[in-house]
Design a binder for this molecule. Structure first.
Ligand code: ZN
Ligand code: ZN
Length: 284
């Protein structure tokens, strides 16, 4: 059993790389991929620790992209953590997010709200600050009764403090993962559009047709239907299959465990074998 989608505190997970690897060892996993959001910061350490602890670590990343306003996550596996194009891409994304956060705070200040950088602890980490984060601070400061009211009044499209999100396209994410020598997978395709699974599948198909190497066919939240839809896409396009728990730590997703997800997740070793063979065939 393996787990090819796991987060650490190098992005929004709550555990250190070492803790995550210890959990993976305890869970009896044969391999684990570290796939933090938009960063490869922890990969070198993970590879070294993996060797010491006797577990295979696959160097990865999860790039948060947008396709026609919809969140589309691309997981890169077997990436070179020292890849220059990938480092530039990641720094640029973080930089663009920081600039958006700054613009948002300045806009609120111009509008007369007494908010400052210190009010946002995640700000320094270059995280995407959501409307919810801003709304919460405005509520804490007594400007609004609820976060929803703050968002409605100020931050929805057309409102005075609205500033569009910055992101990349899933196609750009696929390209940069390839430049870094990795394989690109569409992650949890159902989340692309929670309300309309057909649209989610349609967008997933476009990314596969563009050149992604595969998609996640096993995922913590997948039921039989979603698994079957994902399997069918992989088979139709002759693409690789991947899968994982998307573990973030028990406080972020309660009840979810590394390896087994909510209890019935099982990502077979064959997925990794197929990737190894594919990479070997490519001459890597
Ligand atoms: Zn994701
Ligand atoms: Zn994830």
């Amino acid at each position: 059993m393996i787990d090819l989608h796991v987060h650490t505190n190098n992005s929004d997970g709550t555990h250190t790389t070492e803790e995550v690897l210890d959990m993976a060892v305890s869970a009896g996993l044969g391999a684990v991929a570290i796939t933090d959001h938009d960063t490869v910061r922890g990969i070198r350490e993970a590879l070294e620790l993996g060797e010491k602890k006797g577990i295979r670590v696959i160097p990865g990343i999860e790039i948060n992209a947008k396709y026609e306003e919809r969140n589309t996550h691309i997981v890169g596996l077997f990436i070179d953590p020292d890849s220059k194009p990938l480092a530039e891409f990641s720094n640029d994304l973080v930089g663009r997010r920081l600039r958006r956060n700054i613009a948002m705070i300045e806009r609120l200040q111009e509008l007369g709200y007494n908010v400052d950088f210190d009010d946002f602890p995640d700000f320094v980490r270059g995280q995407v600050m959501t409307k919810g984060n801003f709304g919460k601070v405005l509520v804490e400061k007594g400007y609004f009764a609820t976060t929803g009211e703050a968002i409605e009044a100020l931050m929805e499209k057309g409102r005075p403090a609205y500033i569009p999100k910055v992101s990349c396209t899933p196609m750009e994410a696929v390209d940069v993962i390839h430049q870094a020598g990795g394989l690109a997978f569409v992650a949890h395709f159902h989340q692309i559009c929670r309300k309309g699974i057909d649209l989610a599948e349609e967008i997933c198909r476009r990314i596969l047709e563009y050149g992604a190497d595969g998609l996640e066919t096993r995922y913590s939240e997948f039921d039989d239907t979603l698994r079957a839809r994902a399997e069918a896409m992989a088979a139709e396009y002759g693409k690789l299959r991947s899968g994982g728990s998307d573990y973030h730590g028990s406080t972020v997703k309660p009840g979810l465990r590394i390896g087994t997800g909510y209890g019935d997740l099982y990502v077979p070793d064959e997925y990794l074998t197929a990737m190894d063979e594919y990479l070997a065939g490519r001459g890597k």
